[in-house]
Design a protein around this ligand. Structure first.
Ligand code: NDP
Length: 299
């Protein structure tokens, strides 16, 4: 008599938070064939997912009790903590794993990890570096930190989110630290671009007229990032191309042009101020990379 072949149980996963990103995560898990339980603070956001087979439940505690792995993706850690730290949720989570993909600071990630350790919850932190539509495609980029063993254990589930996953180390705050540094680039660069478009408009140049040239500036950045990184790690700041005296002079032209049009120049003024401070300290012959040292210093 031959033994009946038991079907392999489908992996289970829970997603807490159904904003654009939470929905994209849940959708990718469904596409991968996982039994996916979903919950959101405001009811009704799970309808499309439920139509595709997701299990919608009424409470966060029911949601986390349904799977060994819960992925949290809400606006920030105030929101994540307000869900996870409710006593009934904490009790249901005991012995299970949480992967928190909400964005916040490294300190908040460490705080939530300490709470998780106290409550017997296994905890990984992470950040998503690409927009919601990339999830489930090769273009997704996710970074993770926390216990390597735990990451290995759940890697096959996380892989359903597509793209590239990088475990950055056991320090639970490390993914958030990368996220903050990378978002710093994004937001200061995009604010600079918005300012440039305002100045261009005041000079009668349409945003779409400037855009092809703006893309040219963007294309110069990747090698400049690499070169600057080497200089900063080596502490070799002497100017190769553009000394701070010259950089500050160019920045001043932007400030003058903006202010002549009544445009707020506070972002570029702040950059010029840093460059002038470095020059005042005798670093006028150095590259802009000197500012990395200067910004960490008071006075
Ligand atoms: P939001 O950042 O707007 O977050 C919305 C989610 O947070 C909803 O589920 C909302 O619930 C929930 N939420 C807000 N406040 C609370 C609270 N006090 N208690 C419980 N839940 C709360 O949308 P996204 O889904 O886009 O982003 C989620 C996370 O993903 C964020 O940290 C974001 O930075 C990150 N991210 C998003 C990207 C994107 O492309 N969207 C790209 C990369 C990262 P409710 O519906 O009840 O308001």
């Amino acid at each position: 008599m031959s033994a009946a072949v038991q079907p392999t149980p489908r992996p289970t996963v829970t997603v807490l938070g159904l904003g654009p990103m939470g929905r994209a995560l849940a959708s990718a898990f469904l596409n991968a064939g996982f039994t996916t339980t979903v919950w959101n603070r405001t009811p009704g956001r799970d309808q499309e997912l439920a139509a595709r087979g997701a299990v919608g439940v009424r409470s966060a505690e029911e949601a986390v009790a349904a799977s060994d792995l819960t992925v949290v993706c809400v606006v920030n850690y105030d929101a994540a903590d307000s869900v996870l730290r409710r006593p009934e949720v904490a009790t249901a989570l005991k012995g299970r794993t949480v992967v928190n993909l909400s964005a916040d600071t490294p300190a908040r990630a460490r705080g939530t990890a300490a709470w998780a350790a106290e409550h017997g919850v296994r905890y990984l932190d992470g950040a998503i570096m690409t927009p919601a539509p990339t999830i489930g495609t090769p273009h997704a980029v996710l970074i993770h930190s926390g216990p390597q063993e735990l990451y290995r254990e759940h890697r096959s589930v996380l892989d359903a989110l597509g793209g590239t996953h990088t475990h950055l180390g056991e320090d639970i705050g490390r993914a958030a630290a990368y996220d903050i540094a990378l978002l710093d680039i994004w937001w200061t660069a995009m604010t600079g671009y918005m300012h440039a478009l305002a100045v261009a408009r005041a000079e009668g140049i349409g945003a779409q007229e400037l855009a092809p040239f703006a893309k040219g500036i963007g294309a110069i950045l990747p090698p400049a990032f690499e070169e600057a990184a080497v200089e900063v790690d080596n502490g070799t700041y002497a100017a190769r191309v553009n000394p701070l005296t010259s950089a500050a002079s160019t920045m001043a032209h932007i400030v003058h042009t903006s202010e002549a049009h009544g445009i707020d120049a506070s972002v570029i003024r702040s950059a010029e101020g840093l460059a002038r401070r470095a020059i005042g300290l005798g670093h006028g012959g150095d590259e802009l990379t000197r500012l990395v040292d200067l910004m960490g210093r008071r006075g």
